[in-house]
Design a protein around this ligand. Structure first.
Ligand code: ZN
Length: 327
């Protein structure tokens, strides 16, 4: 049936075959009839059988035929096209479409969707499950993720994308991480690729200014991350090693200091981005001051929302250290 549905209707000057019954044997055979090929009809969009059928699988009437294809043809041409479809085909198409439109207990298998790799009748699934299945069917992996996968061993994208929203409330920081994950960051290589800059090298060294270089590999940036790592390990009882992978994607596995380190990483990347955008030097102490200010804002918000205890439990060591450093 599907093959019939996909068969090209007017593909070449001689392409319409009519099925007819042999007088002698009564068996159904195929016979090539005289061609009805007309370039004007083909150009108007009459290419396949279903082009000239309505939603119920019946041939369009003459008026709708002319309106649909915006053509002026006489009734004889119209009948030649319509009558070229074998009646047995029309019957099969009509039965097929009716089965699709009117699911019953007997044919409900026709309207099934795959839920967790199990075919389930659409009559038994909720709207939400059906919607998610359709979204899944349409999903195409973003090209940025394919690129990241080709240069790193990352695969847990669901947690990586959720991370900025679980440990940070500032939209401008979340937005930057979203751009990094989609490899949409104005590093010189990217600007050169889209012909905005003439060179793709870093402004601070001669390395190619890729996203990885922009965020982590450049010497001045690397020193900055090393300083943050040393500082965190002296403040916290939970030492970390900040590799390129951690800095770019975050520490997305669940650990007690999960939110703290990830927030510092996100804010650290935002600071690098701002410095490079404004041509300023990346300075570790300036970053700590920004962190101090942001944590103070967070503390005020938590006080208003009556969750200051949670804030203190989470950030007290860091805020105490920052107070000692700058007060
Ligand atoms: Zn550099």
């Amino acid at each position: 049936m599907e093959v019939l549905w996909e068969n090209e209707f007017i593909k070449s000057p001689i392409s319409i075959k009519k099925k007819c019954k042999s007088k002698n044997s009564g068996r159904e055979t195929q016979m090539v009839t005289k061609s009805i090929w007309q370039p004007t009809l083909y150009k108007a969009g009459i290419v396949r059988v279903n082009d000239i059928l309505d939603n119920e699988g019946k041939p369009l009437d003459f008026k709708n035929f002319c309106i649909k294809f915006n053509i002026q043809c006489n009734i004889i041409t119209y009948y030649r096209v319509i009558k070229a479809i074998p009646k047995s085909w029309l019957h099969e198409i009509e039965v097929f479409i009716n089965n699709q439109l009117q699911p019953t207990a007997n044919n409900s298998h026709c309207l099934s969707i795959s839920v967790n790799d199990v075919d389930t009748s659409i009559l038994k699934t909720s709207t939400k499950v059906t919607y998610n299945c359709f979204v899944k069917m349409k999903y195409v992996e973003p090209t940025a993720l394919s690129k990241w996968s080709s240069i790193t061993d990352q695969s847990d994208w669901k947690n990586i994308f959720k991370l900025p929203y679980s440990c940070c409330r500032e939209p401008y920081i979340q937005a930057l991480q979203y751009r990094i994950l989609h490899r949409f960051l104005p590093c010189n290589k990217w600007l050169c690729d889209i012909s905005i800059k003439s060179v793709n090298t870093c402004d601070l060294c001669q390395g190619i200014d890729t996203i990885e270089h922009f965020i982590y590999s450049c010497n001045s940036v690397r020193n900055y991350w090393n300083a943050i790592e040393t500082w965190w390990n002296s403040v916290s009882n939970n030492p970390v090693v900040l590799t390129e992978k951690h800095v770019i994607f975050g520490l997305y596995y669940d650990l007690p200091y999960f939110e703290n380190v990830n927030y510092i990483l996100l804010l650290g990347k935002k600071y690098i981005y701002n410095c490079k955008l404004n041509g300023k030097e990346i300075n570790f102490n300036t970053f700590l001051l920004i962190l101090k200010k942001n944590l103070e804002i967070e503390r005020i918000i938590c006080t208003k929302t009556k969750s200051v205890e949670m804030f203190t439990k989470k950030w007290s060591k860091v805020t105490d250290n920052l107070s000692n450093l700058f007060d």
